[in-house]
Design a binder for this molecule. Structure first.
Ligand code: RB5
Length: 152
């Protein structure tokens, strides 16, 4: 899969640590920055990654900031994005199976690199469970986007 990654100054270290793992699992990483500790704004990086996922130019996205919260809020504003903030292994699996999340958010200040690696591995490996009820609910989430979409 093509995995788009983005982080702010509080998350770029974890992004850079996760890249070799993702590549070793056979995926291609598209890195949209940032790559140093100079202060930047997380919505800019959420947008860069989510535009690629929403356009189908990346299969999934991974966003990292200090808490993962800002990235999650920003990402979920982009139509077509279902971003899950995950800091435990159970949720990593459940959000793929139940929500068909296409973007994963992590907080570098919340989770250590070892747990983050396991989360990423599980999240990338778990398929959406095609059960009728889950499909229905994801479709209802998509309907919310349509309801509030601004039509020029
Ligand atoms: C940056 O200090 C921090 O606010 C940001 O990385 C993130 O945690 C926001 O949600």
């Amino acid at each position: 899969m093509k995995i788009a990654m983005g982080a702010d100054h509080a998350g770029y270290r974890l992004k850079d640590e996760l890249k070799p793992l993702i590549e070793s699992l056979g995926h291609e990483v598209q890195d949209y920055g940032c790559s140093c500790a100079d202060s930047v704004d997380y919505p800019d990086y959420a947008l860069a990654v989510c535009e690629k996922v929403a356009a189908g130019e990346a299969d999934k996205g991974i966003l990292i900031c200090g808490t993962g919260i800002g990235m999650t809020i920003a990402a979920n504003k982009v139509p077509g994005i279902r971003c899950a903030l995950v800091h435990d292994l159970f949720s990593a699996k459940a959000t793929r199976e139940h929500n068909d999340s296409n973007v994963l958010a992590l907080g570098e200040r919340v989770v250590g690199p070892g747990v983050a690696q396991e989360i990423v591995k599980i999240w990338l490996e778990t398929e959406f469970s095609e059960g009728e009820r889950h499909r229905n609910r994801v479709n209802k989430v998509k309907a919310l986007e349509d309801k509030f979409a601004i039509h020029p």
